[in-house]
Design a protein. Structure first.
Length: 173
């Protein structure tokens, strides 16, 4: 089960996932999980839980996710490349972690994405220019990373996007 793989890739010092049971047929009763009325897992929210480890690539198999809220933890490694498989994702908040590597190009596949917060990590490289195709985006915070290069040209005509970048650790053109 994908949720158990996500759990097993993270160290959980405060027991945020303590009631997750791989023998259970109903993950909708688990802590930190939100489900739709038809019992599809639509949210994973464990902010400020002291989680460490990596975010498993298997998260990309949870295709009904609308929210991933894992901010203010100590999650390291890279953002899973398959994150773009989460076609229904509206909110992705991985801010204030220890993530490294480049922003996955697959972020541009998230057509329903409204809020993307990846600030206060150690991400590097360029912002994928294709991210501008995420036309529902209304908040993009990539501040306090090690990003560089051109900023995608977001069309103000099709949507309003509030973009936060900082000068200093990031180097944009």
């Amino acid at each position: 089960m994908a949720l158990m793989s996500v759990k097993n890739s993270l160290n959980d010092p405060h027991g945020a996932f303590s009631n997750w049971d791989e023998d259970s047929v109903d993950p909708c009763s688990w802590a930190m999980i939100t489900c739709s009325p038809d019992n599809l897992v639509t949210g994973l929210g464990a902010p400020s839980q002291g989680l460490s480890g990596i975010l498993s690539e298997v998260i990309a198999n949870l295709t009904n996710l609308r929210q991933v809220l894992l901010q203010n933890n100590n999650i390291s490694g890279q953002i899973p490349a398959g994150i773009g498989n989460l076609q229904k994702l509206q909110t992705l908040d991985l801010s204030n972690n220890k993530l490294t590597g480049h922003l996955p190009e697959s972020l541009s596949l998230l057509k329903d994405l409204q809020y993307l917060r990846l600030n206060n990590n150690s991400l590097s490289g360029a912002i994928p220019l294709s991210l501008a195709s995420a036309t529902q985006l209304s908040l993009l915070d990539l501040s306090n990373n090690n990003l560089s290069g051109p900023v995608p040209k977001f069309s103000a005509r099709t949507f309003n996007v509030f973009i936060l970048f900082t000068v200093g650790s990031d180097s944009f053109t």
